[in-house]
Write a protein that binds this ligand. Structure first.
Ligand SMILES: *[C@@H]1O[C@H](CO)[C@@H](O)[C@H](O)[C@H]1NC(C)=O
Ligand SMILES: *[C@@H]1O[C@H](CO)[C@@H](O)[C@H](O)[C@H]1NC(C)=O
Ligand SMILES: *[C@@H]1O[C@H](CO)[C@@H](O)[C@H](O)[C@H]1NC(C)=O
Ligand SMILES: *[C@@H]1O[C@H](CO)[C@@H](O)[C@H](O)[C@H]1NC(C)=O
Ligand SMILES: *[C@@H]1O[C@H](CO)[C@@H](O)[C@H](O)[C@H]1NC(C)=O
Ligand SMILES: *[C@@H]1O[C@H](CO)[C@@H](O)[C@H](O)[C@H]1NC(C)=O
Length: 418
């Protein structure tokens, strides 16, 4: 049984060998010059080692980025650059004499047939798979010059600083180089003219590209005096498109400041004073929540607009407490203490009286009972007006302090569009 199976197998093997491997004779045609050239170039070519005849010489690779598109991930930790990366080097095994091949001076070759440089992104986002191999069609020149222009996305880690959010600028850097080869083996350099091209650049969502600065780091390290590890560094400067966030956050927070300040000019007796202040405090909570949603939370430093709203919220609370305190002061009926009377006299008699601009209505104190008492008792009315005068002074001083503090806060904490 076994022998029979074996003989059947060997029969099929012979059949395959005799008829399967060779092309039918009517299929073989005379090869044209390009096919001939391709066969002659690649019959002994091996893409797994560097294309230099002397192993001590370097493969010089010129790199040019034509940047198409840049985007940030929602957390703003990783930024992606989509570009056409032109790479040019000389393959010493792939040159030919054009006169021998019908004057063919150029040929297109698939990149997987060739040795290609593996350009690694050193600060790559490792959670995204990024191949260092290129898959494209390359152009081969008769003098051995290979030019490949793959379309590659690169995602790099970028440490963002949101201090001046939403008017912030970010510097994001990409470092490229060979992972394992030294600069004496594979030497990455820039094209001599225009190493970065922005002609076809399209601004990504929410960001505007200001500049791209390329720089070649020679890569001399103390450990290895005889070899270098060169790197290509690209610094991208991006500016946030801030009109949207500014409308949502910056302008309303200024509005809230104005409401809080204006409310201090109202009479303590007036219910709308307390209502405005409570509305303003509520607005602060709303904005903190809103900004909490908008701001990427992994920034190195706190956005100053958050500090502004925090401080403004405290001010708003102080204004509410002030209102409660002053309205309790103006209801007092007992005689004002001596120190209060002397302060009031001092302020109202001197130039200080021009500073006291709020005038609370003394005519009707909170409830009717005291009103009738006031009518009857002039002395009590005088006592009450001492309290009201004092409340006026305190309120004016608080107003001036609020204006000063807010001016300082606005100058220091509200980010400006530069
Ligand atoms: C690479 O560049 C260096 C310096 O520019 C040069 O000496 C060397 O011959 C070049 N190597 C090749 C293979 O062209
Ligand atoms: C190649 O170019 C040379 C010079 O231009 C010309 O004399 C020759 O006929 C060309 N050969 C072919 C096959 O076209
Ligand atoms: C090879 O040919 C290309 C195109 O003809 C030319 O630009 C390049 O300078 C040549 N390179 C060398 C090393 O001769
Ligand atoms: C970005 O880099 C430029 C030039 O090196 C520097 O002046 C600027 O302060 C940097 N900006 C940030 C946000 O780091
Ligand atoms: C690599 O290229 C740079 C820039 O062209 C050159 O200065 C350097 O000598 C080259 N290094 C080697 C080892 O060829
Ligand atoms: C570097 O090269 C020098 C001179 O060729 C040699 O004496 C030295 O040992 C080398 N150093 C290393 C770390 O290879």
């Amino acid at each position: 049984m076994f022998a029979r199976t074996l003989s059947v197998l060997s029969f099929f093997y012979c059949f395959y060998y005799l008829y399967g491997l060779d092309c039918p004779s009517d299929r073989t045609t005379a090869e044209h010059a390009e096919a001939q050239l391709h066969n002659d170039l690649f019959c002994a070519y091996d893409y797994s080692y560097r294309p230099v005849k002397d192993h001590r010489s370097a493969v010089n690779i010129s790199v040019r980025f034509a940047i198409k598109y840049i985007s940030f991930d929602p957390l703003e930790e990783t930024f992606s650059v989509h570009s056409w990366v032109a790479m040019k080097w000389k393959d010493e095994f792939l040159s030919w004499d054009p006169t021998k091949y019908a004057n063919i001076t150029e040929m297109q070759v698939e990149s997987h047939l060739l040795w290609t440089p593996k350009m690694s992104l050193f600060n790559a986002d490792a959670s995204l798979y990024q191949s260092e191999d290129i898959y494209t069609t390359c152009l081969l020149d008769s003098n051995g010059t290979v030019t490949c222009v793959p379309h590659v996305p690169h995602s790099g880690i970028c440490r963002t600083s949101l201090k001046y959010w939403p008017y912030d600028k970010q510097n994001c850097t990409l470092f490229f180089g060979s992972w394992m080869h030294t600069g004496e083996q594979v030497n990455f350099t820039f094209f001599k003219s225009r190493p970065v091209i922005l002609d076809d650049y399209l601004n990504g969502p929410g960001w505007k590209l200001l500049t791209v600065v390329p720089e070649r780091l020679p890569g001399h390290y103390k450990c290895c005096p005889n070899v270098t590890y060169p790197m290509l560094k690209y610094v991208f400067t991006l500016k946030r498109e801030s009109a949207g966030p500014a409308a949502i956050v910056v302008v309303p927070s200024v509005v809230i400041v104005i409401i809080t300040t204006i409310s201090l000019l109202l009479d303590v007796k007036d219910v709308s004073r307390l209502a405005l202040q409570c509305f303003s405090l509520f607005g602060h909570f709303i904005f903190l929540t809103e900004i909490g949603y908008d701001i990427p939370k992994h920034s190195a430093d706190t956005p100053i607009i958050l500090l502004f709203i925090r401080d403004s919220m405290i001010m708003c609370l102080v204004s509410i407490l002030m209102t409660l305190l002053l309205s309790s002061l103006r209801k007092r009926l007992e005689p004002a203490p001596m120190w209060m009377v002397s302060i009031t006299r001092l302020v109202t008699s001197g130039p200080g009286k021009y500073v006291v601009f709020t005038e609370f209505d003394a005519s009707d104190t909170s409830d009717k009972k005291t009103l009738t008492e006031n009518d009857v008792n002039e002395d009590s009315s005088r006592k009450t007006s001492e309290w009201i005068m004092f409340a006026n002074i305190v309120n004016s001083v608080v107003f001036i302090i609020f204006v000063l503090v807010y001016v300082i806060l606005l100058c220091v904490y509200i980010p400006k569009d530069s």
